[in-house]
Design a protein around this ligand. Structure first.
Ligand code: FAD
Length: 314
């Protein structure tokens, strides 16, 4: 058995989700290989080779692979899958993985198993359904199992000092169906939402974009990433990159502070692995209190500044 993991990177550094994906790949059994498809991405490939358990890194470098365009990365992976005997191909269930993997599955004429949270056996996997209210155990019958894996459900494989062999492969031609016109990077000093140890998230209760900024001093005091409910995103209070939940990001922090969030099941689907949940809501009947470890029934515009003052006094 040999498992191919599609690496997510920015040509220089690997996204930590890739190490979580390798953690899942190791549980499938057999060797683990990584595909690093990018441009001038030898540094990312070398780091990939240092992930514990990775036996080989395939490196495809060309301008058409520079931006991780799903059409080209999937074609590169399919080329490799046609040349080498793999039993599994997987990636993290991130925006990148969710875009690349269905194309690979279609190319293989295989069924994809999405958002895997547990590897039961090499061909049997668990995945959440109904917004995380039930867990389905599914068996993959295809010769090559195509998976996306939920990063927060698998430990990140550590980096070690041994470097796996990095083997160049011929890059595929540009599929020509999409091109990157511009890249706008959000620069933030805050921790990345999906890997943050503390997350402060705001909902519709914040009332406006200006109201949403009340969370910033609290996030600063806690060293937290900021997240949002879908209602807050849809209302334009926060960027959609901050959305947590069924159709947003899945987080697994040690501490999750939900501010002005009611606790709809679609939101809870994104915070099931949070260790400690604190809820601030003026409605004592809000469903968020059903999952919270600590709850404060009060107006958030009173409580949040008071918490910041208390934390600063500490
Ligand atoms: P509300 O439900 O309006 O809650 C606002 C809360 O703020 C209330 O509980 C209120 O008591 C409290 N509040 C108001 N003012 C104050 C104050 N001054 N002080 C303290 N508390 C106050 N939602 C997500 O979050 N993520 C998803 O990924 C997601 N995916 C979805 C997918 C589908 C297919 C569907 C149908 C829905 C999805 N939703 C998702 C939407 C979800 O159903 C809810 O509508 C949404 O989570 C509600 O957001 P909210 O809690 O911010 O808003």
């Amino acid at each position: 058995m040999t498992v191919l993991v599609i690496a997510e990177h920015d040509n220089v550094s690997l996204h930590v989700a890739t190490r979580h994906a390798v953690g899942a790949a190791r549980l499938c059994g057999g060797d683990v290989h990584l595909l690093v498809a990018g441009h001038d991405c030898a540094t990312a490939a070398r780091t990939a080779g240092r992930i514990a358990g990775v036996a080989k890194v395939w490196l495809a470098s060309a301008p058409q692979l520079a931006h991780g365009l799903a059409e080209n990365v999937a074609a590169q992976a399919l080329e490799l899958l046609a040349q080498e005997a793999y039993t599994h191909v997987l990636a993290a269930a991130s925006t990148f993985g969710k875009s690349v993997m269905p194309r690979i599955a279609a190319g293989l004429d295989a069924g994809q198993i999405s958002d895997v949270t547990r590897v039961v056996a090499p061909d049997i996997f668990e995945r959440p359904i109904h917004a995380g209210n039930a867990i389905a155990t599914v068996q993959a019958l295809d010769a090559i199992k195509v998976l996306t894996v939920r990063p927060t459900s698998f430990n990140a494989a550590p980096l070690d000092d041994t470097e796996a062999i990095v083997q160049d492969m011929t890059p595929v031609d540009d599929a020509g169906t999409a091109r990157v016109v511009a890249v706008e990077r959000t620069v933030s000093a805050r921790a990345e939402l999906t890997s943050a140890r503390v997350v402060v998230a705001g909902g519709r209760g914040l009332g406006s974009g200006a109201g949403f900024t009340v969370l910033e001093p609290l996030a600063d005091a806690l060293g937290a990433a900021i997240g949002a409910s879908r209602a807050a995103v849809d209302a334009g209070f926060a960027s959609n990159t901050l959305q947590i939940g069924q159709t947003g990001k899945v987080v697994a922090p040690a501490l999750y502070v939900a501010v002005g969030i009611s606790g709809a099941i679609q939101h809870l689907a994104g915070i099931g692995d949070a260790k400690v949940i604190v809820a601030i809501n003026k409605d004592a009947e809000a469903p968020i209190f059903g999952v919270a470890d600590y709850g404060i029934v009060a107006d958030l515009f009173d409580v949040v500044p008071a918490l910041v003052t208390a934390l600063q006094e500490d």
